[in-house]
Design a protein. Sequence first.
Length: 381
Amino acid sequence: MTKIFNRREALLLAAGGLAACAAPGLLAEETPSLHALAEAKGMRFGTAVGMGRPGTLTGAFNDPGYRALIERECGILVHENALKWYVMRPDAGTFYYDPADQLVEFATEQGMAMRGHTLLWNREEFSPAWVNNYDFGSRPGTEAERLVVEHVRAVVARYRGRITSWDVVNETIDPATGQLRETSLTRHLGENIIDIAYHATREADPDGQIVYNDYMSWEAGHETHQDGVLRLLDGMVARGVPIDALGVQSHIGSGNYDTSVGFDTARDEHWRGFLDHATGLGLDLAITEFDVHDKNLPYDFADRDQAVADLARRYLDLMFSYPQTRDVLVWGLSDRYTWLQGLWPRADGEPKRPTPFDADFQPKPLRAAIAAAFEAAAPRG
């Protein structure tokens, strides 16, 4: 059984060299945590946590120094991968809960809230092979519905009351077309897959927040994606499908949509129109996977870090101007454990710096920008 370290134990281990990098150090004594700053405004701050093998990009939880950073900075957590079908469902008859359980138990011990990501990632490239090749039999629609409902009921029932916000469906809109992605499930259920998953979640957890989560962004090149998400939300509301919030992933920065240098071009007013439409449907907003991709920025760390911080502050100020934005989760606290290190390498081959803390867990200008955005935000009612 994995030992759950408290903050004092983790700091001692880190000081003794077992953490492989520095612990948060004096920051804990001198500076309010990001969650404390958020909480003062009726908001919450947290992070995704990888439960993978030690020494890998997804192995953050197994690093005592990183756990100490989580305990210092966060009030809400989310699994990076442990709730996804390709981890939890190795075959049709198996639910593998161990890594998901570990993080939920840790959060409960620390008095932190938990988000659930995700009950249905409706993309074939991230689905287990057995789902993509499943034999749905002579009544494929009925069998596909049974499979989805079985999964939702089992997972939500296990964590009900400990996970209080669910990304029911993740990334089901194709950004190139604005239409529902085609998968082995949607081929038999069509858009009805949305209704089935959301109704099953509400029935299994009447008190939980239920969310649609996607990566449409504020930069140029995302217009078709935004329009598709709004059509999805409009249809859900019109059909009476239960939904409480839109999860805005917020992977901003260098996406290579309209430039090969610097950041992509932000379209603030167009983005406000998108957010106005979503909130006009009665939905809350959640920033669910925030980071700032620095792929196309210059090498110099000081200049790069400041550019990342400046863009983040501009984005967060815009998002925080909506009182419906209450939860802010980064997709990793430290550059040591960010998914972006493993994808789309920089031309100079250098590590990326998209998170609030560097690879040695020392605070960067991005942390200061997040803190300043919380301090400037209007209190939530």
